[in-house]
Design a protein around this ligand. Structure first.
Ligand SMILES: Nc1nc2c(c(=O)[nH]1)N[C@H]1C(S)=C(S)[C@@H](COP(=O)(O)O)O[C@H]1N2
Ligand SMILES: [Mo]
Length: 232
């Protein structure tokens, strides 16, 4: 299995660094993630409209459902691949760095209405990883588990193998920052951001869909951009 795309498929899109990794949204001097507990931008919706509209809110909002955000410790970090696989994997950070690498530029959309264009991701595709683990034919879904309990989400195997899906450890030329999910996050550009589990630590192959964190709260399982419920 080889699912990497080459440069031609992606086209050479401009790498817009300005709204990139460093552009964390801040309200009144405090990082938004201190106050936000759901992807409805609670921190800013509490502000009067004129104040909110004056904020420089192009770019990333940082979300965490259960702060404080997990801390990446290279010596103890593990990425586990479990469930319906012949060879369960328990990868150290060094092992992860040895996986076949890929890069892409893709747009990012949160279901609440904000987007970031031309995000430059680097990391690895799921195909080679699943091949190494010996994914069993009975497996239909992958459950992605965050170090930030209880955040999980799921993809169908075919969705996870789309050519523009990756597990990213770099963003816009730097290692993934803690707010953006260090050391690993799932990226699936054709779906809304909640499908992309940050602080990823385990991938569990199953023969039925598990219920994702936001799906349990009413959001669509298939979060195709433009075609899923969005709830508002
Ligand atoms: N572990 C975890 N992953 C998560 C979330 C979260 O709260 N916790 N929020 C999701 C949502 S709704 C979005 S839009 C993106 C936001 O990514 P960012 O915080 O890097 O901007 O992360 C997704 N992955
Ligand atoms: Mo989101």
């Amino acid at each position: 299995m080889e699912h990497d795309l080459d440069e031609r498929t992606w086209g050479r899109r401009a790498f817009l660094g300005a709204l990139g990794a460093g552009a964390l949204a801040v309200v009144a001097g405090r990082p938004v993630w201190n106050a936000v507990s759901q992807p409805l931008n609670a921190a800013t919706s509490a502000l009067p409209d004129p104040v909110r509209e004056a904020l420089p809110f192009d770019g990333w909002r940082i979300y965490a459902v259960n702060p404080p955000m997990p801390t990446f410790e290279p010596a103890s970090f593990r990425l586990r691949v479990t469930g319906l696989v012949d060879r369960p994997l328990d990868l150290t950070w060094q092992d992860v760095q040895g996986l076949p690498r890929t890069e892409q530029v893709s747009d990012f959309h949160c279901v609440t209405g904000w987007s970031v264009d031309d995000v430059r991701w680097a990391g690895f595709r799921l195909g080679p990883l699943l091949e190494r683990a010996g994914l069993q034919p009975a497996a239909t879904h992958l459950e992605f588990v965050s170090l930030e309990r209880p955040y999980v989400d799921t993809l169908e195997i075919a969705q996870a193998l789309l050519p523009d899906v990756l597990v990213a450890d770099r963003m816009d030329g730097d290692g993934l920052s803690r707010p953006h999910g260090a050391p690993l996050r799932v990226v699936i550009p054709r779906m809304y951001g909640y499908k992309g589990v940050k602080w990823l630590t385990a991938i569990n192959a199953t023969d039925e869909p598990q219920v994702g964190y936001w799906e349990a709260r009413g959001y669509d399982t298939d979060a195709w951009i433009g075609a899923s419920n969005g709830l508002g």
